[in-house]
Write a protein that binds this ligand. Structure first.
Ligand SMILES: *[C@@H]1O[C@H](CO)[C@@H](O)[C@H](O)[C@H]1NC(C)=O
Length: 426
C-alpha cells in the first residue's frame, strides 16, 4: 500500500482489533507489489529512528528503502511503494511524519480507485464489545481505550492517554483495497442476523454474523483523553473511505479545534461523521465539504446517520452532502423503540452521555441532501419534528429556517442555526 499520512505530533495507528484478524490478506496476483512484514519496519517508527536511508527486504526478496530527514524540527519518514503490514496499534512518536509515495485520492472523483492501493483493514464484523471504537480505527489519536476514561487505566496504542496535539491526516484512502471484491456483500441480507427485539445480545443474534466486507471499524477515531487540555488541533483532509464496520470519523471527548474537510465516506455500519462530546463539550469543531453516502448499510436497517452529534459546545457543518435512503422497515431499538438509521441528515442526540451546555451552538451552513439515486429531499415530503418511516425529519432552526435535522428527544436545549446557502449570513 501507499501509506500517505502526515502526522505533526503523536498518533496511534491501529489496523485491527484482535490478533487473529491481524494479517492483511494479500492475494497471489499482488506478487509484483512488495510486502513488508510489520517487524521489518516497525522499530524505525516506534523509536523515531531517523536515518537518511534504511534498506528493507520484502517477504519475496525485493529491496526498498525508507528515507528519513529532519525537516522543520520534525522527523519525516518517506515510504516507498509497497504493502506495509500493521498488526497491532503502532504509536507514532511526537514530531514524526509518515509520508507515502503519492496521494491516492482525486477529490474531484473520490470513487476512482487508484491502480495502487490504500489502507486496508480486515475486520468483517462489528464485534460485540462495549461499543467502544478503540483499536478499530485506521488512525487513532492518543487517549483512553475505554469510551469513558474512568473505567480503566488502559490507553490507546500503549500511549500515555493524553490528548494528541497538532495532528494532520491527509491524502489517505481506507478500505478500498478489497472493495471491488467485497462490494457485492454490502447490504446483502444474512439470514438470522436481525433478532434485535431485546438488548440481550448474547441470546439474540442482532448482527452477530459477519457481513464479510473486509474493513477497519472506523477510518479515524479520536478517543477521550486523560489530561485537562484534551485533544487539540486535529486536521483531517482529503480522506476517502469506501467502507467501515462502524463509524466513518468519530471525534470523542474533550477536543479544542478540529477541522475535517474534503472527505468522502461511504458504506458505514454506524454514523458517517460523528461528534461525540459526551460530557466534555468539544468546541471549535468544523466539518466542511464532506460527502457521506449510505450510513449504516453495513448493518442494514439498524443504526447510522450521515451526521450525528452526542454532546458538544460548538460545531459548524459547512457544505455537507448526505446521500441516504428512506427505509420502509428500519429496525427499532429495543425498549424505547426509536429508530436510529436514516432518519434525517443531521441528528443531534442526547444518548451516549450527550450533553449540550448552555450557549452551545450548531451551525449548518449549506446542505445537499439526497437519496441514493441523487434525487433531492424536500421539506414538503418530509416529516416535521418527528420520525415517520419512509420520510426524513426536518426541524425549524433557531433562526426560523427549516432544515434537515432531527432532535430525537427534546430534553436539552440544542441551539441550531441553519442557512441553506453556503454564503448566506446566519
Ligand atoms: C462543497 O463540497 C463538495 C464536495 O466536497 C465540493 O465538490 C464543492 O466544491 C464544495 N463547494 C464549495 C463552494 O466549496
Amino acid at each position: 500500500m501507499y501509506l500517505t499520512i502526515i502526522f505533526n505530533l503523536v498518533l496511534a495507528v491501529s489496523a485491527f482489533s484482535s490478533g487473529d484478524r491481524a494479517h492483511l490478506d494479500v492475494r497471489d496476483n499482488d506478487k509484483d507489489c512488495p510486502i513488508f512484514v510489520y517487524t521489518s519496519w516497525r522499530d524505525l517508527i516506534l523509536h523515531g529512528d531517523c536515518r537518511s536511508s534504511v534498506q528493507l527486504t520484502s517477504s519475496s526478496g525485493q529491496t526498498a528503502e525508507i528515507r528519513c530527514n529532519v525537516e522543520e524540527g520534525r522527523k519525516v519518514f518517506r515510504f516507498p511503494p509497497g504493502i506495509f503490514e500493521i498488526d497491532e496499534q503502532l504509536l507514532i512518536p511526537a514530531s514524526c511524519s509518515i509520508v507515502g509515495a503519492a496521494s491516492p485520492n482525486d477529490m474531484a472523483n473520490p470513487k476512482k480507485t487508484p491502480d495502487w492501493k490504500g489502507y486496508q483493514g480486515v475486520d468483517t464484523i462489528r464485534p460485540d464489545d462495549n461499543g467502544a471504537l478503540c483499536g478499530g480505527g485506521a488512525f487513532e489519536t492518543k487517549g483512553c481505550a475505554e469510551n469513558d476514561c474512568k473505567v480503566s487505566q488502559v490507553n490507546t496504542g500503549g500511549s500515555d492517554g493524553e490528548g494528541s496535539m497538532h495532528v494532520v491526516i491527509e491524502n489517505v484512502r481506507i478500505n478500498d483495497f478489497f472493495f471491488a471484491e467485497d462490494q457485492k456483500k454490502i447490504g446483502f441480507p444474512i439470514p438470522g442476523n436481525y433478532d434485535c427485539k431485546t438488548d440481550h445480545w448474547t441470546e439474540e443474534c442482532c448482527f452477530c454474523k459477519p457481513n464479510g466486507v473486509r474493513s477497519t471499524q472506523v477510518a479515524v477515531w479520536v478517543p477521550e483523553s486523560r489530561n485537562a487540555e484534551g485533544t487539540v488541533d486535529i486536521l483531517i483532509k482529503h480522506l476517502v473511505a469506501t467502507s467501515a464496520q462502524a463509524d466513518g470519523i468519530n471525534l470523542h471527548g474533550n477536543i479544542k479545534g478540529a477541522l475535517v474537510h474534503d472527505v468522502y465516506i461511504e458504506n458505514t455500519g454506524d454514523d458517517t461523521l460523528a461528534l461525540w462530546g459526551a460530557e466534555s463539550f468539544p468546541e471549535q469543531i468544523t466539518f466542511a465539504n464532506a460527502v457521506a453516502v449510505n450510513p449504516g448499510i453495513m448493518r442494514p436497517n439498524w443504526y447510522g446517520n450521515c451526521v450525528a452529534t452526542y454532546g458538544l459546545r460548538s460545531v459548524i457543518f459547512a457544505n455537507i452532502t448526505c446521500e441516504a435512503p428512506t427505509l420502509e422497515q428500519p429496525i427499532p431499538q429495543p425498549g424505547g423503540g426509536e429508530v436510529n438509521i436514516d432518519t434525517s441528515m443531521f441528528v443531534f442526540y442526547t444518548s451516549f452521555g450527550g450533553s449540550y451546555p448552555s450557549g452551545n451552538s450548531i451551525y449548518i451552513k449549506g446542505w445537499n441532501f439526497k437519496n441514493l439515486q441523487g434525487t433531492g429531499y424536500t421539506v414538503q415530503e418530509g416529516s416535521l419534528n418527528t420520525f415517520k418511516p419512509g420520510k426524513m425529519v426536518w426541524t425549524k432552526a433557531e433562526n426560523g429556517i427549516l432544515a434537515p435535522f432531527y432532535l430525537p428527544d427534546k430534553k436539552q436545549e440544542v441551539n441550531v442555526i441553519a442557512c441553506e446557502g453556503l454564503k448566506d449570513e446566519c
